[in-house]
Design a protein around this ligand. Structure first.
Ligand code: ACO
Length: 335
């Protein structure tokens, strides 16, 4: 599946909750070590929501920054990519829209877990291409730590919380920031490899408290993630007519530094083309790509005119990629 669109990236913002949990804090309560976490994942610290803080709260912070970055007060639609809405029902996007003063905007959630931001960008580009909306706020936000068993060393070191956002506006093909084509896929056969078993419509009888926690088969997920992100990236390069050598920056979902390095190797991309911020964020699920984009702009590794490839993989399984020439957008500090 591939689409062409004239949606243009016009604004970008990100936000992380203030509480820092470093590896030392985890080693005090889990059977793990700073060395294991750093060498196996690339993570040194992550941000975690305090009690009372939610996906909507983080989305409002990131969304407000993206609107200011775009110089816009009003958008026609708000698309929120999240797997951790504030409640199972209703969707969280309308609350984000209201709190950002977008009371009559279309607003809905997209759940493709860690691929959510790429899926939400494609959805927003589709709304623009169909003439349904001119300006769309796309937010990727997750409070994934709320799904973790606090005693599980297999998941707790990996995930963090955060939100990132972008504004897409109607534009012309070929201008800086024009995004697409998109390559999106899924394979539900592997849902059980990365799953929260309870809390949905398929009730567990009897439900155990641990059924509300994320279960992950890390090695299997790792293998699928590398293969699929590389495949999807190649499809987008074909669609754009770019060679691998023409890619200036690869911004992949920040799940594990070893996954990013493996994908780069499979594609033949030099390691210094990777935009990486996982050491300070952990895996923030749908927030990870926009937060990496924000950090890339702030530290100067993403510059106007750069050819940028985005790729993600998440639970479901879902995966996808897209590309754009980086536009000149102002970006506020995340923290
Ligand atoms: N500290 C110390 N040792 C640990 C830890 C830990 N935190 N976790 C696991 N180990 C041990 C294991 O018990 C195992 O020990 P053993 O050899 O004695 O049996 C050993 O380390 C190796 O375990 P593996 O699971 O093989 O470790 P691996 O190198 O695969 O790393 C990891 C695990 C980091 C989870 C990796 O597999 C990974 O990143 N997978 C992908 C995960 C991912 O991307 N998830 C998110 C997808 S996106 C989404 O939608 C949510």
């Amino acid at each position: 599946m591939a689409t062409r669109s004239t949606a243009v990236l016009a604004g970008l913002g990100g936000w992380l909750p203030p509480r820092v949990v470093d590896n030392a804090e985890l080693t005090a309560r889990l059977d793990t070590s700073d060395e294991w976490i750093r060498t196996r994942t690339g993570i040194r610290e992550r941000r975690v929501v305090d009690a009372g803080m939610s996906t909507v709260d983080m989305s409002v912070e990131a969304g407000g920054r993206a609107l200011r970055s775009a110089g816009l007060e009003r958008v026609d639609a708000v698309v929120l990519a999240t797997a951790t809405p504030d409640q199972p029902c209703p969707a969280s996007a309308p609350q984000v829209a209201s709190r950002l003063g977008q009371r009559d905007a279309a607003a809905f959630d997209v759940n493709a877990v860690c691929s959510g931001f790429v899926y939400a960008l494609a959805t927003a580009a589709g709304l623009i291409a169909a003439g349904v909306a001119r300006d769309v706020l796309v937010v990727g936000a997750d409070a994934f730590t709320t799904l973790l068993d606090p005693g599980d060393r297999g998941t707790v070191p990996i995930f963090g919380d955060g939100a990132g956002a972008a504004v897409l506006r109607e534009g012309r093909d070929g201008e800086a920031g024009a995004i697409g084509p998109f390559d999106l896929h899924s394979d539900g056969e592997h849902a059980e490899l990365l799953v929260v078993p309870a809390g949905g419509s398929r009730q567990k009888e009897p439900e155990q408290p641990s059924d509300r926690y994320l279960r992950m088969e890390g090695q299997a997920v790792f293998r699928h993630a590398t293969t699929r992100m590389a495949e999807s990236s190649r499809a987008v390069l074909d669609g754009l007519g770019w060679t691998v050598g023409e890619v200036d920056r690869f911004v992949g979902h920040q799940a594990n530094i070893r996954i990013l390095n493996t994908v780069a190797k499979q594609l033949g991309l030099p390691a210094d083309s990777l935009v990486v911020n996982i050491e300070r964020t952990g895996n923030t699920s749908a927030a990870s790509i926009p937060l990496a984009l924000v950090d890339g702009v702030r530290d100067g590794s993403l510059r106007p005119g750069d050819r940028v490839l985005l790729a993600a993989f998440g639970a479901g399984f879902t995966w996808g990629a897209t590309g754009l020439r980086w536009p000149d957008v102002p970006v506020e500090a995340v923290r």
